[in-house]
Design a protein around this ligand. Structure first.
Ligand SMILES: Cc1cc2nc3c(=O)[nH]c(=O)nc-3n(C[C@H](O)[C@H](O)[C@H](O)COP(=O)(O)O)c2cc1C
Length: 384
């Protein structure tokens, strides 16, 4: 298996391997997006509408690609976005992803819909940790997640603001994807076709949504689609005042994840957030929403000197990271690029995906004639 992983030189290779290893409904849950998936495609395409302009003869033997984001010094300008249900993709789930992030000295995002507990992650993973909060209708649950993160000394929190209802992910409707997976004739067939995934899923410790299971049965003991989960359990009354109160109660580094407009970026500063993650949830929510990279320059111009701006979505190459940094992002993050690798080969897979990205960024910085990411700026980039 590890040979296959060593032959994965980019995200597309990992995607192909993930497709082979996972039952169809699970692969399409990772890979899919909302409606016609226009936004999902544009997220990556937006990086292809502009070009880097290199400088040469710059003496580039020693490269420093570290950055400080949300108060955390990370060794590369890319961190791992929080994503749900990781033990469905590989039995080691969050532990595999966290350990790989730790090896690369980067930040690890943990979803409210995570499958390993906050406490276990805190005990075992020493790299900077960002907890992603979904605000549920059950206020006790929200408080319990924040309290547990405080007690476990997590470094940062990101409140996701683009998932007030579930996105229309039609691939999940066709495949019947649920959490936990439902045993139907169709799903049994798909499990039978992927015996090694099925053996691991059924023989190892029981799948659960570790932060939620004491408050909600859906997702752990009652099978629901992700769309149904959000629409039924997320607090649709959440507003700026609620976000401000959460920030105050948390009291540490705080990001709003899913900011897309200059107006909202300014309001994030007003409520005391220390970062914004420009994101459309990887195209999984509002199809037709603009791509984060297309919105980046105007948001950086408006607030870049007052708050950390993180660009997220569609990043598949080192050059994508360099382009976002050239426009003024403090750091980038991503989901599918490491999730395909997790599905393809657990921790080893994620490590290889991060090796690929790290080597690309390093090589591309040398080819750009910069030794430190602070040297990247708007002169390095032209739109066609
Ligand atoms: C399978 C999957 C699960 C996700 N789960 C969550 C989640 O629980 N919370 C959240 O805020 N974002 C979640 N996201 C969105 C990611 O954090 C991130 O915004 C997105 O993956 C970025 O786009 P990219 O996959 O093109 O890098 C998820 C994304 C994927 C692909």
């Amino acid at each position: 298996m590890f040979n296959y992983i060593n032959n994965c030189h980019n995200t597309k290779d990992f995607r192909s391997l993930a497709k082979k290893r996972l039952p169809g409904p699970i692969f399409h849950y990772i890979d899919g997006a909302a409606d016609d998936e226009v936004t999902y495609r544009r997220n990556t395409e937006s990086y292809e509408q502009c070009d880097l302009v290199p400088n040469v003869l710059a003496g580039v033997e020693n490269i420093d690609m570290s950055t400080t984001v949300m108060g955390q010094k990370i060794d590369m300008p890319f961190f791992l976005s929080p994503t749900a249900l990781q033990r469905l993709f590989h039995h080691d789930g969050e532990m595999a992803v966290g350990r790989a992030a730790e090896k690369f000295g980067t930040m690890f995002g943990i979803s409210s819909l995570g499958t390993v507990s906050i406490e276990e992650i805190a005990q075992q993973i020493k790299t900077p940790k960002l907890f992603q909060l979904y605000v549920h209708r059950d206020k006790g649950l929200n408080k319990s997640m924040i309290d547990r993160c405080k007690e476990s000394n997590f470094d940062a929190m990101a409140l996701t603001v683009d998932t007030i209802v579930g996105g229309n992910r039609e691939r999940d409707l066709y495949t019947g994807f649920t959490s936990p997976p439902k045993l139907t004739l169709k799903s049994l067939f798909s499990f039978a076709m992927h015996p090694s995934w099925s053996l691991n899923y059924f023989a190892r410790s029981k799948f659960e949504l570790s932060q939620l299971k004491d408050y909600v049965q859906e997702g752990t003991n009652i099978s629901v689609s992700v769309g149904e989960y959000f629409t039924k359990l997320i607090d649709q009354s959440m507003d700026w005042k609620a976000a401000e109160e959460i920030n105050k109660y948390w009291g540490k580094q705080f990001a709003l994840k899913g900011i897309m407009s200059v107006e909202d970026a300014k309001r994030a500063i007003d409520i005391g957030a220390t970062a914004i993650i420009i994101s459309n949830h990887g195209g999984r929510q509002l199809d037709g929403s603009r791509a984060p990279f297309d919105q980046l320059a105007e948001i950086v111009d408006a607030v870049g000197d007052k708050i950390d701006v993180i660009c997220e979505g569609g990043i598949r190459r080192g050059t994508h990271v360099l382009k976002a940094l050239s426009l003024g992002a403090k750091a980038c993050s991503g989901g599918r690029s490491y999730l395909y690798a997790l599905a393809a080969g657990g921790q080893k897979g994620v490590e290889k995906a991060l090796t690929n990205l790290y080597t690309e960024i390093e090589r591309d910085m040398k080819l750009m004639g910069v030794t430190n990411i602070s040297q990247l700026n708007r002169k390095n980039i032209r739109f066609r």
